[in-house]
Ligand binder design. Structure first.
Ligand code: 23J
Ligand code: MN
Length: 262
């Protein structure tokens, strides 16, 4: 049997399951708010064209609108000033080979329960590697936090007077993952890949700045990370092929072998 025949059988027998890591796009999905001097992203909206009525008697369809960075979405390198010149760094030019890649899942749920601003450290990553092996080049690193259970509540953006409060990578982690581990990208459950307070770091937005500066990707607003094993899953993450897109809403799927230790 070829590898793809084996995969087809495994999918048919459900020994390989497809897990949806995507939140549903609807108007109430929260979007990031930037300081008032900057232009804001549009929320998701549906505009019904026809619904089996005088506007179209046998067909139902909608126009939709939203920002590229709405809901569960993909961040492309050209999103950030440090990644703007990569010829293969936009949604239409990124190699499709990078859109199917293994995932390493680091669980910080307990620490985030105690501290909404928890920052994943290099020590956390090294501790994970002692248990599960070195993060392979070309894989995603996903930070599991339990944050997705806050979706559709004010606690998801968790904005206070000093901005959003949500977990993310510590300042030196994105460079470590890009340069020392050569990951394909970093994914998280909150609204963005950087922590809510990352605007105020000594080096602001380290994930956007350094991952995209190294031609690496981001995924944010992921859900169902509790259904993934620490290693062994494969993510399918194609953004829409928007000409020079900086990202796009993304249906993020994971292939997971049944029976692996979660
Ligand atoms: C624009 C400016 C800052 C940030 C973001 C977008 C995102 O989080 C994003 O979705 O890429 S932090
Ligand atoms: Mn984004």
């Amino acid at each position: 049997m070829t590898i793809l025949q084996q995969l087809a059988n495994a999918l048919a027998q459900r020994t390989v399951e497809v897990v949806d890591l995507t939140h549903t796009l609807e108007s109430r999905i929260p979007v990031i708010g930037l300081p008032p001097q900057y232009r804001q992203t549009a929320p998701f909206a549906l505009d019904e064209i026809s619904n089996f009525d005088e506007r179209g008697p046998s067909w139902y369809w909608n126009n939709f609108s939203c920002g590229e960075h709405t809901g569960t979405h993909f961040d492309a390198p050209v999103h950030w000033i440090t990644g703007k010149d990569y010829p293969d760094g936009a949604t239409d030019t990124i190699s499709v080979q990078k859109m199917i890649a293994p995932a390493c899942v680091i669980d910080t749920t307990d620490r985030v329960k105690e501290n909404e601003d928890y920052l994943l450290t290099i020590a956390d990553i090294e501790e994970w590697e002692e248990k599960h092996g070195r993060i392979p080049a070309g894989s995603w690193v996903l930070m599991r936090t339990g944050w997705s259970s806050r979706q559709y509540t004010d606690a998801f953006l968790n904005v206070r007077e000093d901005g959003g409060h949500s977990p993310g990578p510590a300042m030196d982690v994105p460079t470590f993952l890009a340069k020392e581990r050569d990951v394909v990208g970093f994914g998280t459950e909150p609204v963005g890949t950087d922590a809510g307070q990352a605007y105020a770091f000594a080096k602001p937005f380290p994930c956007h700045q350094n991952m995209h500066g190294s031609n690496k990707f981001g995924l944010s607003s992921l859900t169902n990370l509790d259904l993934l094993p620490p290693t062994g899953s494969i993510l399918i993450t194609p953004p829409l092929k928007i000409k020079r897109g900086s990202g796009s809403p993304c249906r993020v799927l994971a292939l997971v072998e049944r029976g692996l230790q979660l």
